[in-house]
Design a protein around this ligand. Structure first.
Ligand SMILES: *Cc1c(COP(=O)(O)O)cnc(C)c1O
Length: 431
């Protein structure tokens, strides 16, 4: 559930008419709903009240300082994957002691910084990494909290680029090696074996793979608790969201509901997992990213041209794959709706950006209302893995980001001035 909806003809975010934001800030423009972030956080958090747990929002989904700050205020911890993300969490008022540090390639500098800031745990992905952490912790005279990421070899049945829990993936340590790795690590002087972790993939719309993986890992978690007194079991993130009917009300009459692949609710997720998790007696960590931020953001864009080739129609807009790469990278579906609802249309078209790549599109052969140059569109469900994956490709500045909270709104990232793009470049004085 989110707070984007039509009121009259206008598309709103909470109490703010998006057409007004476009007038004030121009396009392309990201808009986030603060109430939606909070609502998603609380839905998941309250679904697990029955057991000792901590939600650690996966910062990589949307690392804007205002997003981190909002979730920190409601008690969220954070799943981070770089020193930069940890610095963001600290800067935004988050608690570093509620941070778990994931990723296969942690550098010495990153490990040092994380230890100096007393993070909750490293989620480690290999034995060489544990050795490195042990060495650095020894140098600093501390014990490093560590959980091994177990690869349960369960297929999440999601897009190949976001499947992480099979032996084809670079992530985690194989299921069968876990006992020997813990035994080996328990002898390292500067390592505190604090937990066990898994994360099988992203955008899962069925509870089954989660259930399968948790069932597989829970007995090992219990064994590790008995042997090494570990405290927590992190079940990762990956809860999928609805992309294909992101806007539930206000359809034009010709609109056909796209096939709905089902929705994974927090209630179902909790109901199926809690009974298994409870038996471990461990504190449970949850690392949702997309579930919290995905439907809390939209990307607004202006129609520049309508190009009809006789073969196809193209709606050429001012946002591009550098602003939102998901359709090109993951073949992802994003609902696209006009900021001002009209009964014109329909037209079958590709919505494309101005970048010189065939991959620069937001949808293909989609039935949309007939728009004209100067109209505005909202690309829905772009709060997660949207702006964070942006680039300056084609020397296009990063778009501004606005956060709405009820009847208020604030700029949470200014539009990047174009000169800033080449700020750190220079031409050597060859002569
Ligand atoms: C990316 C990631 C997450 C968050 O994934 P979502 O699908 O956005 O919930 C959680 N944990 C780890 C280790 C990750 O890499």
């Amino acid at each position: 559930m989110h707070y984007f909806y039509y009121k009259g003809k206008g598309l709103y975010c909470e109490n703010i008419c998006l057409a007004n934001l476009v007038k004030e800030f121009g396009t392309p423009l990201y808009v986030y709903s603060r109430q939606t972030l909070v609502r998603h956080f609380q839905a998941l958090n309250s679904a697990f009240t029955e057991i000792d747990h901590q939600v650690c929002y996966a910062v990589k989904a949307n690392s804007n300082l205002a997003v981190i700050n909002t979730l920190a205020r409601f008690g969220s911890g954070f799943d981070i994957v770089s020193e930069g993300e940890l610095r963001r969490v600290i800067l935004a008022g988050g608690n570093s002691q509620l941070c778990v540090f994931a990723g296969v390639g942690k550098t010495e500098a990153e490990i040092t910084f994380a230890l100096e800031n007393n993070i909750y745990s490293f989620n480690v992905e290999s034995q060489p990494e544990i050795e490195r952490i042990d060495k650095i912790a020894g140098r600093l005279g501390v014990k490093a909290p560590v959980a091994v990421r177990v690869n349960p070899n369960v297929d999440a049945h999601t897009h190949s680029k976001i499947t992480t829990g099979t032996y084809e993936n670079k992530f985690g340590i194989g299921f069968g090696q876990i006992p020997s790795v813990y035994k080996w690590a328990s002898k390292l002087k500067n390592i505190h074996l604090k937990g066990i972790q898994m994360h099988i993939g992203s955008q899962l719309t069925s509870v089954k793979p989660f259930e399968e993986a948790v069932k597989k890992v829970a007995p090992i978690a219990i064994e590790l608790k008995n042997k090494y007194n570990i405290e927590f079991f992190s079940i990762g993130g990956g809860i999928g969201i609805v992309y294909n009917h992101a806007l539930v009300s206000g359809k034009p009459t010709w609109w056909k509901k796209p096939e709905n692949k089902g929705i994974l609710t927090t209630e179902l997720y909790a109901k199926r997992l809690i009974p298994i998790l409870k038996q471990t007696g461990l504190k449970i960590l949850l690392e949702p990213g997309r579930f919290i931020a995905g439907n809390a953001g939209v990307l607004l864009t202006k129609v520049e041209y309508i190009k009809k080739t006789g073969h196809k129609n193209f709606i050429i807009v001012d946002a591009a794959m550098n602003d939102l790469i998901r359709p090109a990278f993951y073949d992802s579906y994003h609902e696209i709706v006009p900021l001002v609802r009209s009964s014109r249309g329909p037209i079958k078209a590709d919505v494309v950006g101005p970048i010189c790549e065939s991959g620069d599109y937001f949808c293909k052969d989609r039935v949309l209302p007939k728009v004209k140059p100067g109209d505005y569109l909202a690309i829905m469900s772009t709060g997660a893995y949207g702006s964070v994956m942006g680039s300056n490709y084609n020397t296009r500045p990063f778009p501004p980001e606005i956060m709405v909270d009820g009847s208020c709104y604030g700029v949470v990232r200014k539009r990047q001035p174009v000169e800033k793009i080449w700020e750190f470049e220079s031409i050597p004085d060859w002569e």
